[in-house]
Ligand binder design. Structure first.
Ligand code: AKG
Length: 301
């Protein structure tokens, strides 16, 4: 792995680990579920159709190229440093919704191999939320550590996040990072139970300390990997995660999506389902960071 940065500081070697590949366990769903219960996540290398993922990447970056944000050839995902999105697409939410509903993206995020993977993870037929968090992150961007519980457990907690690298995402480009063992941090998890972020937005989901300080204080490690086309990571609502900084030396935009899946037999949270889902706050796709034009002013947050 290349240098991993958090808030522009390298993660010390003793606080860093590599995600272990659980893809071989797909042949044994009981063992797969045991691994999920043990680790709180499953890193699955090469489980998606690589050509389909590349097609999804071209589809999304093609839309960003049309608003002046990404250079040709679009599959390289290089940021131009400027944007004409606001003038060309003044309705941010509508634009982002249309990008998020791209058929080639959906063929990867909501159908194909991932559906069988998630049936195996739950041990019963699974379904994805319609709402998708598509993330195009320029250099300097990162996601603070948090648990997903406050966002997605209004109906129940048998919900998993599937985070998909839409292209290679080496550690220099700021891939997902998880906190090893954080599914056991009762001091953080117990007070979170019943916390619904949209009912109590002033109580932040993110942690106060950055990922390096947090890992050090817990005597644990941050786990990540050089993600390749076709890789996904699946994790539950009780695993702390965030991302590394994107410090791509060539200004490559980190492209990924995350979608929540659940057993099809269980009730759904209406906010994330339907033809035009309202999302966490009710603003639909307009509420997502992805809906904002890419700018060089991104700061790590
Ligand atoms: O992709 C990221 O930067 C963060 C993703 C995340 O928080 C999630 O998938 O729940």
């Amino acid at each position: 792995m290349d240098t991993c940065l958090v808030k522009a500081r390298p993660v010390p070697a003793e606080l860093l680990g590599e995600l272990r590949d659980s893809a071989p366990l797909l042949a044994d769903p009981a063992a797969l579920r045991a691994r999920m219960a043990e680790d709180g996540h499953l890193f699955l290398r090469g489980v998606l159709d690589r050509e389909a993922v590349r097609a999804a990447r071209r589809e999304v970056f093609g839309r960003l190229a049309a608003v002046g944000e990404v250079r040709e050839p679009v599959e390289d995902g290089l940021f131009t440093g400027t944007s004409r999105r606001t003038e060309l697409e003044p309705d941010r939410g509508r634009f982002w919704r249309s990008v998020s509903e791209g058929p080639l993206l959906r063929a990867v995020s909501h159908a194909g191999p991932i559906a069988a993977v998630m049936d195996a993870v739950f041990g019963e037929p699974a379904r994805p939320q319609d709402y998708i968090f598509l993330r195009a992150g320029v250099r300097g961007r990162a996601t603070d550590l948090h648990y997903d519980y406050p966002f997605f457990t209004r109906a129940h907690d048998r919900v998993c996040t599937v985070w998909t690298a839409l292209g290679d995402v080496p550690t220099s480009d700021g891939p997902l990072v998880v906190v090893e063992g954080s599914q056991h941090y009762r001091d953080l998890i117990d007070p979170m139970i019943g916390h619904d972020i949209s009912k109590n937005p002033e109580r932040r989901a993110a942690f106060g300390s950055d990922a390096i300080e947090f890992a050090r204080s817990r005597g644990t490690r941050l786990l990540t990997a050089d993600f390749h086309v076709g890789d996904v990571i699946v994790f539950g609502m009780y695993l702390a995660h965030g991302s590394l900084d994107n410090h791509s030396p060539i200004d490559r935009v980190r492209l990924s999506c995350d979608v929540r899946w659940q057993p099809a037999s269980l009730p759904v949270d209406d906010r994330y389902f339907g033809a035009d889902p309202p999302g966490t706050t009710g603003a639909g796709y307009a509420e997502l960071n992805g809906a904002k034009p890419l700018t060089q002013d991104w700061h790590v947050r």
